[in-house]
Ligand binder design. Structure first.
Ligand code: YSA
Length: 344
C-alpha cells in the first residue's frame, strides 16, 4: 500500500504540472482528491488494516493528501494570477496617462445676468419670486387698468392661447407685471419683490427686440413709499451693474397701471452716446418702464391707497449685458453659437 501511495503521489503531481486552466484544475481535483479517487478510497479502507500497518499507511496517506491539496491551491493561485495579467498585458494599459478632461458647461449669459440682478436687489431687501408664463387676460391687462379696447393694449402685441369655450381668456404674458397683481392679492404690505421671467410679444425681431425675452419686475409697497425711493433704488441698481461713471437717463413715460410713469435709459456703449444704428441714433438704450403703482390698482387688490403707496418697474434683461459688454444684436444670445456664449 505504501508503494501504491508513492505511485499515486508521483502520478498526481506530474499531471498537476501539466494543468493550464481552472477548468482542467477542477477535473484534476475530482480525479485525485474527489470522493471516488484512489487516494480517498485508500483512506477509507485504512480501518480494515492491522494496527501497525494502519498507523504507517495512515501517516503516509495523510502526507500524500496534504501534498496534493497544497499543490492544488498553489496551482490555483498561479492560474488566477495569469488570468488577471493576460488582458492587462494585451491591452497595454498605461495607468500613469493623465485622464481626458471633459468640457465643463457654463451658465447662459442671460441666466448669469438674472442671477446678478437678483443678488443686487436681494442686497436691497427684495425677495425673488416667479410666476406663470401662460397667464389670464385679467392679470395681464384688466387688473392693470388696461380694459379691452384700451389703446395701451397696442404696446403689448399679444400671443393668445386658444382655450375651449366658456373658459377665461388665456395668453402668453406680454410682460411680468401681472405678477404684481397675483402677489398683492395674497400678500399685505410691506412688500418688496422682484420677479424674473420670460415675456412674449407678437412682433418682428431687430437688434434690440426679440419675440421671447426676459424681464425682471420689481414691486415695493409700504407706507410712505415715494418717487424718490423708486429713483434711488434704480440708480443704485445701475451703479452696481454699470459702475459710477455710466450715464443714466430718467424721464416721464406712460403706463396705465402707474401714476406718474417713467422710463430709464442707459448711454449706448456702442457709440458712447453719439448715436448709432443700435440705439436708433439717440445715444440711449431704454432698459425699463416704471412708476408709482396706480391707486386704482392698489384698491382692486384690497390695499388701501390712502394708507399705502408703492413703486414698480419692469426691466428688459437682455439689454443689460448688451449695454455692459457692447453686444450689438440681442439675437446673438439665442443663436446657440458657443463661440459667442463662451465669452461670458
Ligand atoms: C412699467 C411700469 C411698472 O410699474 C411696471 C412695469 C413696467 C414695464 C411694463 N410692464 C413694460 O413691459 N414696459 S415695456 O414694454 O416698455 O418693456 C419694459 C422693458 O422690457 C423695455 O424697456 C425693454 O428693456 C424690454 N423689452 C420690451 N420689449 C422687448 C424688450 N426687450 C427685448 N425684446 C422686446 N421685444
Amino acid at each position: 500500500m505504501l508503494d501504491q501511495l508513492k505511485g499515486l503521489r508521483t502520478q498526481a503531481l506530474s499531471e498537476l504540472s501539466e494543468v493550464d486552466s481552472l477548468r482542467g484544475l477542477e477535473l484534476w481535483r475530482v480525479r485525485h482528491l474527489g470522493k471516488k479517487s484512489a487516494l480517498i478510497q485508500i483512506l477509507r479502507s485504512l480501518a480494515t488494516l492491522p494496527a501497525e500497518e494502519r498507523r504507517r499507511a495512515g501517516a503516509q496517506a495523510n502526507e500524500v493528501k496534504t501534498a496534493l491539496e497544497s499543490g492544488l491551491s498553489e496551482k490555483e493561485r498561479q492560474l488566477q494570477e495569469a488570468l488577471l495579467a493576460s488582458p492587462l498585458k494585451s491591452r497595454q494599459l498605461d495607468v500613469t496617462l493623465p485622464g481626458r478632461p471633459y468640457p465643463i458647461g457654463g451658465l447662459h449669459p442671460i441666466t448669469q445676468t438674472i442671477n446678478e440682478i437678483c443678488e443686487i436687489f436681494g442686497n436691497m431687501g427684495f425677495q425673488t419670486i416667479e410666476g406663470p408664463e401662460v397667464e389670464l387676460e385679467y392679470y395681464n391687462f384688466e387688473a392693470l387698468n388696461i380694459p379691452p379696447h384700451h389703446p395701451a393694449r397696442e404696446m403689448f402685441a399679444t400671443l393668445w392661447v386658444e382655450t375651449g369655450g366658456g373658459e377665461e381668456t388665456t395668453l402668453l404674458r406680454t410682460h411680468t407685471s401681472p405678477m404684481q397683481i397675483r402677489l398683492m392679492e395674497r400678500e399685505r404690505p410691506p412688500i418688496r419683490v422682484i420677479v424674473p421671467g420670460r415675456a412674449y410679444r407678437y412682433e418682428a425681431t431687430d437688434a434690440t427686440h426679440e419675440s421671447i425675452f426676459f424681464q425682471v419686475e420689481g414691486l415695493a409697497v409700504d407706507t410712505n413709499i415715494t418717487m424718490a425711493d423708486l429713483k434711488g433704488t434704480l440708480l443704485e441698481f445701475c451703479r452696481c451693474l454699470f459702475g459710477d461713471e455710466r450715464k443714466v437717463r430718467f424721464r416721464c413715460d406712460y403706463f396705465p397701471f402707474v401714476e406718474p410713469g417713467a422710463e430709464m435709459a442707459i448711454e449706448c456703449l456702442a457709440c458712447a452716446g453719439a448715436g448709432c444704428r443700435l440705439c436708433g441714433h439717440s445715444g440711449w438704450i431704454e432698459i425699463l418702464g416704471a412708476g408709482m403703482v396706480h391707486p386704482d390698482v392698489l384698491a382692486r387688490v384690497g390695499i388701501d391707497p390712502d394708507i399705502y403707496s408703492g413703486f414698480a418697474f419692469g426691466m428688459g434683461v437682455e439689454r443689460l449685458p448688451m449695454l455692459r459688454y457692447g453686444v450689438d444684436d440681442i439675437r446673438l444670445f439665442y443663436n446657440n453659437d458657443l463661440r459667442f456664449l463662451r465669452q461670458f
